[in-house]
Write a protein that binds this ligand. Structure first.
Ligand code: HEC
Length: 270
């Protein structure tokens, strides 16, 4: 009779109250393929290193035979209109930094990017789900999408803002040139009388060097200088930075002749 069968033989089939325990179908871990895997160290790494050496060698040959095209002029510390821009792969960090008011830059430069880098490094320990499909890993996938979207957005913003900055700079330079243009006219007529070095000094120099040339906290005294006229003209044109601070270039934007007169006037104070 049926109920005399061995208990272990009994099988219940299709009982909807019993949850069928379905095996989840994951791809097998790679360790399940003996003979078809290799140890990371040294086998795999050695191959990587060999490829890296070949690549680096080729790269060095390329670098030596085709030197990097640097920006047109050699670096000029006096060029205040130069707006530096990092390479494209750092643009997002550069832009990110702009959102931090001065004094809190360490957050934008070190702490927040460092936190994300750390998360990235710890990901294999933090996220141990065996699923490999992106749709099965919503947290990891959405985090990555947010970060990638953020990087794309910041890079875009950096480029747009840089363009606007350069254009504004060029516009103001053009305006400057227009304002400065009428200045040489009096020189043609040989009228040195129209230029008053004292007035020019009061306007362009006295804020730092003092109305009596005796110096202020911002700049040293200009009395009894041991300089030639040409040297002073050079300082007026190119500025100077030394132990007593920084004098920016172009504080006085007159002609060479006017600079000379201004220099002579300064040097006349003994
Ligand atoms: C923004 C402030 C500032 C203005 C404006 C300025 N200077 Fe200066 N100047 C300085 C500083 C700071 C120094 C010192 C630099 C150093 O340590 O070498 C200096 C140095 C000099 C020196 C060299 C002094 C020395 O002891 O060798 C001369 C000359 C001079 N300035 C002339 C001028 C003249 C002329 C003007 C106006 C066209 C002018 N400066 C406008 C800040 C200024």
């Amino acid at each position: 009779m049926a109920h005399e069968r061995n208990k272990n033989d009994v099988k219940y089939v299709g009982d909807s109250r019993v949850k069928v325990r379905k095996e989840k179908l994951y791809p097998k871990p790679y360790s399940e393929y003996p003979g078809k895997t290799e140890p990371f160290f040294p086998n795999f790494l050695l191959k990587e290193w060999m490829a890296a050496v070949v690549f680096l060698g080729a790269f060095m040959v390329l670098v030596v035979s085709h030197p990097a095209p640097l920006e047109a002029t050699p670096a000029d510390p006096n060029d205040t209109s130069y707006i530096p821009l990092p390479d494209w792969y750092f643009l997002f960090l550069y832009q990110f930094l702009k959102y931090f008011p001065s004094g809190t830059a360490v957050w934008g430069a070190v702490i927040i990017p460092g936190f994300f880098a750390l998360l990235f490094l710890l990901a294999p320990w933090l996220d141990r789900k065996p699923d490999r499909r992106p749709s099965k890993r919503p947290i990891a996938t959405s985090l990555m999408l947010i970060v990638v979207a953020g990087i794309v957005f910041l890079t875009y913003e950096a480029v747009v803002q840089h363009k606007a900055q350069v254009e504004a700079m060029e516009a103001s330079a053009a305006q400057h040139a227009q304002q400065a243009a009428p200045a040489p006219a009096p020189q043609d007529q040989g009228t040195t009388a129209t230029f008053d070095p004292e007035a020019a000094y009061m306007q362009s120099c006295s804020a730092c060097h003092g109305q009596d040339l005796a110096g202020t906290a911002a700049a040293p005294s200009l009395i009894a200088l041991n300089l030639t006229v040409d040297e002073v003209v050079d300082i007026i044109t190119n500025g100077r930075s030394g132990s007593q601070g920084v004098m920016p270039p172009g504080m006085f934007s007159g002609t060479e002749e006017q600079k000379k007169q201004l220099a002579e006037w300064v040097l006349s104070h003994q």
